[in-house]
Design a protein around this ligand. Structure first.
Ligand code: PMV
Length: 322
């Protein structure tokens, strides 16, 4: 009998969503308060691999899954990468506390745990970079033109300064950051928002390119402040507000997001913005630690469906970088 498990965090984008698709940098951090988990264990009988995801109301055999089934696709890609056929008799159980389609990386996190658990099962422990690459293949199938930021931040479980198709750059965090995440409850498929923006970009490229350049400047400044200080909180908050203004001009915000963002600022947040694709999903607010419960309460009162207070810890001194 064999049993292996893997866990992967959710994520938020602190700065630079959308522009990152157009090769500008972005900053993302893992959120370990929500997570996906996979368990793979051998079972009796010889029915191949059974995939069980009760949260998604799914329970089926890999051999019977349609070719375009998302979970089976991750399994098949990973088995091909490992050079293995499916286990003779095993169950893959999946669960996740990451809300679906709300910009917290639920899809990339589920893919990550599937890849990891299959690697472990066959005694081939995959490096984070390999996991990230495989998950990116899956992201491309479902999101069209993903930047690769979700798979990177989630597979590495590290704050990242990310540029599409560049090697990963880990972010050195000098001071812990307290963030409040508020969920509008609106499911917003990333490929729709990204596709809509692409159509607008095609009709007026120079206008959108200059927005993306502005976002690049914000992201660069934010990186410098996160890594070197000194006024980390105040300046970062302003940069978040500036980033939000451009996201609204890009047409990816929504009245529900704007409401929660306004409520958070009013309750004392230093800055707030949408996080992820937009049109729905989650917003984030940067707060001083003592202010976080007040901001969270205000968001709840404004009918955010879920509110998470999370802390990005300072990076350990002398941490190894690759
Ligand atoms: O998957 P989401 O909702 O976090 O969106 C990812 C961020 C985008 O920049 C909008 C898309 C991408 O591929 O980077």
């Amino acid at each position: 009998m064999k049993k292996v498990q893997a866990v992967a965090p959710g994520k938020i984008i602190l700065f630079g969503e959308h522009a990152v698709v157009y090769r500008r940098p972005a900053i993302a951090i893992p959120v370990n308060d929500v997570f996906a988990q996979a368990t793979l264990e051998t079972t009796e009988g010889e029915r191949g691999l059974r995939i069980m995801a009760p949260d998604l109301d799914q329970d089926y055999l890999l051999a019977e899954a349609p070719l375009d089934d998302p979970l089976a696709t991750v399994v098949r890609l990973t088995l091909a990468h490992l050079g293995r056929s499916e286990p003779v008799s095993a169950t893959l159980s999946l669960k996740s506390t990451i809300p679906l389609g709300r910009g917290l990386g639920s899809g990339a996190a589920i893919s990550t745990v599937i890849v990891r658990v299959l690697g472990d099962f066959f005694g081939q422990v995959l490096a984070s970079a390999q996991v990230s690459t495989l998950v990116y293949e899956v992201e491309k199938l479902y999101h069209g033109t993903p930047s690769g930021i979700d798979n990177t931040v989630i597979a590495f479980n590290q704050p990242v300064y990310f540029i599409k198709e560049h090697p990963i750059e880990r972010l050195q965090v000098t001071q812990p950051l307290t963030l409040v995440i508020g969920d509008t409850g609106i499911i917003s498929p990333t490929h729709k928002v990204v596709g809509d923006l692409r159509r607008r970009w095609q009709t007026d490229p120079s206008r959108y390119e200059s927005y993306f350049d502005e976002i690049r400047e914000i992201v660069r400044q934010a990186r410098h402040i996160i890594e070197h200080g000194p006024d980390v909180m105040g300046t970062l908050g302003k940069l978040m507000n500036n980033n939000q203004e451009i996201l609204a001009a890009l047409g990816v915000s929504s009245p529900e997001l704007e409401l929660l963002i306004e409520v958070a600022r009013h309750a004392g947040a230093l800055g707030a913005k949408l996080s992820g694709a937009g049109w729905g999903g989650n917003m984030i607010a940067l707060t001083r630690p003592e202010q976080a419960p007040l901001v969270a309460q205000a968001l709840q009162a404004a009918e955010a469906v879920k509110v998470i207070i999370t802390e990005l810890p300072a990076s350990p001194v002398g941490e190894k970088r690759d």
